[in-house]
Write a protein that binds this ligand. Structure first.
Ligand code: ZN
Length: 144
């Protein structure tokens, strides 16, 4: 039996069903025909939050702000992680200044903050920036 994963499209927020073994084949969205799985972080906003935390492929969210030095030095690490985790975890960034309500709703007290979602629920959270290896180890510990 083949496992089927339900994954939200990062472009149009439509949900697509993908067989697990197709994850490595650059699957396209059934609705907008664009790439479902990105090798770079995409922007999460109040508009696409509810759609994007859903699905069987975990979503790792980096909550940041433009004035935050540690957030900026962490950005290249987060981009590297996105390349390494393509097809295993989706990575997104939330600008906490542009999305203050959502940052408040998520109870963000310090940035950068990392939140891992699976199937619409928060499953883990860490404050502060990590080196790439520690980030990947933390995610492995969460089953990513
Ligand atoms: Zn789409």
């Amino acid at each position: 039996m083949t496992a089927t994963l339900v994954i939200p499209c990062p472009h149009c927020n439509g949900l697509s069903r993908l067989p697990a073994e197709r994850l490595g084949d650059s699957p396209k969205c059934g609705r907008c025909k664009q790439d479902m799985l990105l090798s770079r972080p995409f922007d999460l906003t109040e508009a696409n939050y509810a759609a994007q935390i859903k699905g069987d492929l975990p979503l790792l969210l980096d909550v940041w702000a433009d004035w935050c030095g540690p957030c900026k030095s962490f950005a290249p690490t987060f981009e590297q992680a996105a390349r390494q985790l393509t097809g295993r975890c989706r990575l997104a960034k939330l600008d906490s200044e542009a999305n203050r309500n959502l940052a408040g709703q998520l109870g963000i007290r310090s940035i950068p903050s990392l939140i891992l979602f699976k199937n619409g629920r928060e499953v883990a959270r860490q404050a502060g920036a990590f080196p790439l290896q520690s980030l990947l180890e933390w995610l492995r510990g969460q089953g990513v």
